[in-house]
Design a protein around this ligand. Sequence first.
Ligand code: AMP
Length: 285
Amino acid sequence: MELITTIADARRRLDTARTSGAQVGLVPTMGALHDGHLSLVDAARDACDVVAMSIFVNPLQFGAGEDLDAYPRDLDRDLALADEHGVDLVFAPTVEEMYASPTLTSVVVPELASTMEGASRPTHFAGVATVVAKLFNIAGPCRAYFGEKDFQQLVIVRRMAADLSFPVEVVGCPIVREPDGLARSSRNVYLSPEERAAAPVLHRALERGRDAIESGGRDAGMVAAAMAGLVTSEPLAQLDYAEVVDPVTLARPDRLEGEVRLLVAARFGRPRLLDNLGVLVPEQG
Ligand code: AMP
């Protein structure tokens, strides 16, 4: 496995691969790798000839006062894991390499970025969309792999790639969870033992929302309230939002039908954790 730290070298390496007919899969990450990230690598490995992973803690997607400096970083461990899982090259640039001059251009998808995560983190998705557009331009992947864990991000990246005609298929991969239901996240390391024990309430809230729909609930507000009620019953959780949305437009339907996505976010002490679940609303006869 190769470690590449400059944009020019990444381009050269991947241009050569493409010229020889290889299909390039890209797995963008911020490092601190866990089984969630590695599931994206496995999916890329199955479908592509060359698997490139980026490891870059992108300052543009952190707001003032967020955990940019404290974000967990361990490049040596990440490289060993990437190698074990068959990654061909890791692109791990410095901030100075990625943003050599002040970034005056920003990629924004305002209609999808103002609610949920975007309401709490107003500059976050512009930072994500901008760095992902740069990574697509640098790596030229034919497929790029993102986790459903960050569902709003996946929807925004997919839309950005389609709107800007990037020749890339954005592939969404299922959420990898701990045995008790907690979604794997690099930020789980911040949880105290008590917060860690409380955190699976997010997944239970989603299951409660799904159960409400499966037992006939069609009022989105009532389903959202059922999820919110369970999260707020946990003293260590501070609810941010509980929502039921359309999985493509992220609009909030009144009456539920077809496919919907349930999303929750809450703070447990310092870390803010997210989770979501897709539900196919049963047809009522
Ligand atoms: P991050 O390093 O947090 O930016 O995540 C990099 C990619 O891994 C994103 O596409 C995430 O959605 C994905 N990811 C993170 N955690 C999980 C998980 N538990 N299951 C599946 N994908 C995940």
